[in-house]
Design a protein around this ligand. Structure first.
Ligand code: OAD
Length: 232
């Protein structure tokens, strides 16, 4: 049983019940900001102060909320299975719930990096970044998050994990943003695949998937109960 590997692909929906807004449920606006203005290299060029303000707000908010039942149930799953979480989320709610193997495809709010050297990453906790805050190389710090049009360096690590999965769980993501959305193509044939989301998937059909059409809190708990029973 410990050799059964479960890979979980998560997105903003898993943190919704903690109080963090999703992206597309709010019509492309994120707490009053146009996503393209604050999550793109162009946005950074045009108005870095606004971009920093946006991520400072998100970092503060993420620090104020708590992991919910879904994050906790996935952390508990490690008692019985090998579990890897491949998340598009930049919050740290999976880790705070106790998950020990989390790949952040789109970066992490609690880290900042040099605008000149993407390898110069530093932990900032829940502190804000201001214009004039400098990295070790003397250049401006920016959020360690992936913006639209930027490379997703962690994608190959995510793809490797998905290719090794014995069970795949997708929770709280619209799976419309590539390359993350392409991860579901990397599975071994015929493994059990589950999706937990109150909405119908937009871009892929559900052949071969079991859909728990409900919120993450209740759906994840139900699914995990079933998996533990089947594999005990
Ligand atoms: P989206 O906002 O695109 O999708 C959220 C999904 O969560 C939708 O399918 C909702 O139906 C679902 N949902 C809403 N409430 C839920 C709940 N309580 N329980 C479970 N599911 C729920 O968010 P992501 O798919 O995470 O990228 O977005 C992907 C990427 O787009 C983000 O990482 C971000 C954004 O642009 C970057 O910033 C690079």
């Amino acid at each position: 049983m410990p050799d059964t590997k479960i890979v979980v692909i998560s997105g903003a929906g898993i943190s919704a019940e903690s109080g963090l807004a999703t992206f597309r449920d709010s019509g492309g606006l994120w707490e009053g900001y146009n996503i393209e203005d604050v999550a793109s290299p162009q946005g950074w060029q045009e108005n870095p102060r606004k971009v920093l303000e946006f991520y400072n707000l998100r970092r503060k908010k993420a620090a104020e909320v708590q992991p919910n039942e879904a994050h906790k149930a996935l952390a508990d799953l490690e008692d019985d299975f090998e579990v890897v979480i491949v998340t598009q989320n930049v919050d740290d709610l999976h880790e705070r719930a106790g998950s020990t193997d989390v790949i952040h495809l789109h970066g992490e709010l609690r880290k900042a990096r040099s605008v000149k050297d993407e390898a110069l990453v530093t932990d900032i906790g829940s502190d804000p970044i201001h214009l004039g805050d400098l990295a070790e190389d003397g250049s401006q710090l920016r959020p360690h998050v992936v913006w639209f049009g930027e490379m997703v360096p962690m994608i190959e690590f995510g793809a490797k994990e998905v290719s090794e999965a014995d069970i795949l769980i997708v929770v709280g993501t619209s799976l419309v943003v590539y390359p993350a959305a392409g991860l579901i193509e990397y599975t071994k044939p015929n493994i059990p695949k589950y999706i937990i989301d109150p909405a119908e998937p937009q871009l892929f059909n559900l052949d071969g998937w079991v859909h728990y059409k409900e919120k993450a809190g209740s759906g994840v708990k139900k699914l995990i109960k079933k998996l533990k029973k089947e594999h005990s």
